[in-house]
Each structure stands twice: as structure tokens, then as C-alpha cells.
Ligand binder design. Structure first.
Ligand SMILES: *Cc1c(COP(=O)(O)O)cnc(C)c1O
Length: 431
């Protein structure tokens, strides 16, 4: 598989180079040259395959020419080392629970897949690989956990001071060793701008193998397709494909779902459920307006003003926004509506939603035609947001064993001003 840059001037590359570069030299996102089609037999008979076989089938055309098949099988096995259950919550709604991985949020799968691919590729290089990440909350923790202790690789995580939850911070700054946590005196957009500047710095990139682990890296983005095949495997009504609501910030997760739909995944309609950050909703409504800064909300992993993966979705539809609007509805949800959803779903069905999943619930309510059935994607465990969840349900959320020891680890973080020079100096010290 060749990957081309969406900015159109960098040369097409193989999977290995796309993973190591992260972003193309012309600053474009990489996009696969073809979208493989999985035949009707696969989708109809998906219940016959185990989860790893399904994942291998999906990823092989994307990565198979850069990683030997047996190695790829091992990577898939280590990536999907936890269940992805589809739980019925009400008569018309299921929740696809993506939060049973080590950091209790859906980014575990992409981060684990990428760390193992990168480690495989880094063995042959003559210098260290530095993974540079800006996070609004969950990416950083997932990446820190996925790369902690991985040979030949350092991880540098930039996160906005005071804007991530205590559990998220513990996951980012509690890892230590080859994971460096930089607490930035600014917003997520500031963090992202600093990271973009580093990637555009050719001198720096001659000194270090710099790569991203945000969902723009194809090794983060592509394995998110696994979830949706596993959802379909468990979907009880194969005669009626679901409406699928995905809580969306950078639009990577929903982009992966749309990509798998191109490969044949049966879905009736997609909902990109956003919080108050409504940039894409305005764009698709034909009223883009002015650029705005990100708004801080309860669903902080989705506080993104300018979603980087949206260009991939546009590419998938050949830039045809009318066709895109047919398939994808973009909804927005306020913090009050998020709270209301947490309370209502708990009272009516006894199910506890985290704020991100609550946004997807609210989005599905808006996007679900009467009589239809839907899946909302649960992207984070409610324990990651104990304050708001306990306020709305009236009950504290118990810590699952996976993170019981997490809060005792000392934080190892360094302050960073919103200054590119400061970041550059810090990165060069890793050589
Ligand atoms: C990252 C994240 C999202 C948004 O996913 P995107 O791929 O950025 O759209 C939603 N929920 C949680 C919990 C997340 O961590």
C-alpha cells in the first residue's frame, strides 16, 4: 500500500515511512492510495472469525508490505488484548465499550498498535525515535502507557496545565523512564501549535527522528477500524444495520469508521457527536464563520477547534460535502445536555456514561430516525471523570483494578512555557 500526502506535493511512501514520518514533509496527512474492499462473505459471516482474525484481515492490506505477516499477527494480538463488548442499554441503543484497555479510553488500541509498529521499524535506525504528542487529555495517557519501556523510542507529551483530569494527568506524568511529560502553560491548541512547529522544523528533524502519535499517524488511525468490525460482529440485527454515533474531537475515530464503511462495513447512518466545539458542524452547514479557539467542556478530550482528521474524511468523499452530509450527521451538545444525558441514562437504564459517551448519547437521540436502532460509542470509562459523573448519578464511581495503583505513582512533569524555543531545546537534549 502506498500512502500519499493530502497536501499533494510530497512523494507517496510505504507504510513504514508513513509511520516513521507521521506527517508528510509537505505537512499533509497521509492517506491510503486505495481502500481495500472486504467481500460480502466476510461481513455476512463475521461471527465465524475470532477478533484477532478480523483485525488481521482489516490491517493486512494496509501494513502487509512493511511488516512480515507473522509479526503483524503478534502486533494485532498484543494490541487487542482486552474485550470490546457491545452492551444493550435500552430497546433501541447499544453501547460499544472501548474503555477496557490499560488507560480506560479508546485510544489504547491505536497507541498500542503504533508503538509496536514503530518499535519494529526503529530497530533498524541509527538514532533514537522521538514521539511527540500534544494531548487534550486521553491521547497522552494512552501513548505514555503504550510506549513506556519500549526500546529505541522516547515519548514527549505536551498537555495543557489545569485542563486534564487527575487520572489523565497520572497516566501522562506517572509513567517516567522514556516518557517525558511537559505541562504547558496554555491551551490544547497551544500544545498542538508547538508540536506542529517542531514537525515543520527541518533542522530539528535532521537531528532527531521525530514522529507524531496523534491520530494523524496512520498507525494510530487505521487500527481504530477494528472496533467497528467487532461491533458489527456482535450486532444482533444483521438485517438492519445500525446508526452509529461516535463522540468526536479530532475526527480520527469517526474517520476510521467511515473508512471501514468504504471497505463494506454495514452502517445505516453516521453521527459525529461533538460538544460545544462546533467547527465541523458549521462547516458542513455552509456557515463556517471565523476561526475560533477551542472551548473547554466536560468532555475535554473533544475540545478541538480545528479537527486535524477532517481532511481525511473529505478525501474519502472526494471533497463532495453533499455526499458526506448524506452519510454523516454532525451534532453538538452543551455541557448541560451532557449532564442531563448522564443523569437520564443512569435513572432510566442504570447505565453510567462518561461525559464523552454522554455526548454520543445525546447525538444519537438527535440522529436516530424513529424505529431505528443505534450504537453509541463509549470512548472513556466513567471513572476518569468521577466528579461530574457522581454529581449526576448520586453515586461514586468505583476505581476498576486496572488503574488502582495509578494514583499512587509520583508525578514526573516539567513545566513548559508556550515557547517554541523552549520546546526545541528540550527535544534536542534527548539526543
Ligand atoms: C480522543 C477522544 C475522543 C475523540 O476522538 P477523535 O478521534 O479525536 O475524534 C472522544 N472521547 C475520548 C474519551 C477521547 O479520548
Amino acid at each position: 500500500m502506498k500512502y500519499y500526502s493530502l497536501n499533494g506535493t510530497a512523494p507517496a511512501v510505504d507504510f513504514r515511512t508513513a509511520v516513521i514520518n507521521g506527517q508528510a514533509p509537505d505537512k499533509g496527512l497521509y492517506f491510503p492510495g486505495t481502500v481495500p474492499v472486504l467481500d460480502a462473505d466476510f461481513w455476512e459471516g463475521i461471527g465465524r472469525y475470532d477478533d484477532h482474525a478480523i483485525a488481521r484481515r482489516i490491517i493486512l492490506p494496509y501494513a502487509g508490505d512493511s511488516i512480515p505477516e507473522a509479526e503483524l499477527a503478534r502486533i494485532v494480538e498484543e494490541t487487542l488484548s482486552f474485550p470490546v463488548p457491545l452492551r444493550p442499554v435500552s430497546e433501541s441503543m447499544h453501547v460499544l465499550e472501548l474503555f477496557h484497555g490499560p488507560t480506560l479510553a479508546f485510544k489504547d488500541v491505536g497507541a498500542r498498535f503504533m508503538s509496536r509498529c514503530l518499535s519494529w521499524f526503529a530497530r533498524g535506525l541509527d538514532g533514537r525515535v522521538v514521539v511527540l504528542v500534544a494531548t487534550s487529555g486521553d491521547t497522552g495517557g494512552a501513548v505514555a502507557a503504550a510506549f513506556h519501556g519500549v526500546p529505541y523510542v522516547d515519548v514527549v507529551v505536551l498537555y495543557p496545565k489545569g485542563r486534564v483530569s487527575p487520572v489523565q494527568e497520572a497516566q501522562i506524568a506517572g509513567a517516567g523512564d522514556n516518557v517525558h511529560a511537559l505541562e504547558v502553560a496554555g491551551t490544547f491548541d497551544d500544545c498542538q501549535a508547538l508540536v506542529k512547529q517542531a514537525f515543520a522544523d527541518t533542522n530539528l528533524r535532521e537531528a532527531l527522528y521525530l514522529t507524531s502519535a496523534n491520530s494523524i499517524n496512520v498507525a494510530r488511525w487505521l487500527p481504530q477500524q477494528f472496533y467497528y468490525a467487532l461491533a458489527w460482529k456482535q450486532w444482533p440485527r444483521k438485517d438492519r444495520p445500525p446508526v452509529l454515533s461516535v463522540p468526536s474531537g479530532n475526527f480520527g475515530n469517526i474517520g476510521a469508521a467511515l473508512l471501514l464503511h468504504r471497505s463494506g462495513l454495514p452502517v445505516q447512518q453516521f453521527v459525529a457527536a461533538c460538544n460545544a466545539n462546533d467547527g465541523v458542524a458549521r462547516l458542513l452547514a455552509g456557515t463556517p464563520g471565523e476561526r475560533r479557539a477551542a472551548i473547554a467542556t466536560l468532555s475535554n478530550a473533544m475540545d478541538v477547534a480545528d479537527p486535524s482528521n477532517f481532511v481525511r474524511i473529505l478525501e474519502l468523499f472526494g471533497g463532495d460535502t453533499a455526499a458526506l452530509r448524506q452519510m454523516l450527521r454532525v451534532t453538538t451538545t452543551t455541557d448541560d445536555q451532557t449532564r442531563e444525558a448522564i443523569r437520564a441514562v443512569y435513572e432510566r437504564f442504570g447505565y453510567v456514561l462518561d461525559p464523552h459517551s454522554a455526548v454520543a448519547w445525546h447525538g444519537l437521540q438527535q440522529g436516530l430516525p424513529p424505529g431505528e436502532h443505534g450504537i453509541l460509542v463509549g470512548t472513556a470509562h466513567p471513572v476518569k471523570f468521577p466528579g461530574v459523573v457522581a454529581e449526576e448519578t448520586g453515586a461514586p464511581v468505583p476505581y476498576p483494578p486496572a488503574i488502582a495503583g495509578l494514583m499512587e505513582r509520583p508525578l514526573q512533569k516539567e513545566p513548559l512555557a508556550v515557547s517554541y524555543d523552549a520546546l526545541r531545546t528540550r527535544l534536542l537534549a534527548l539526543r
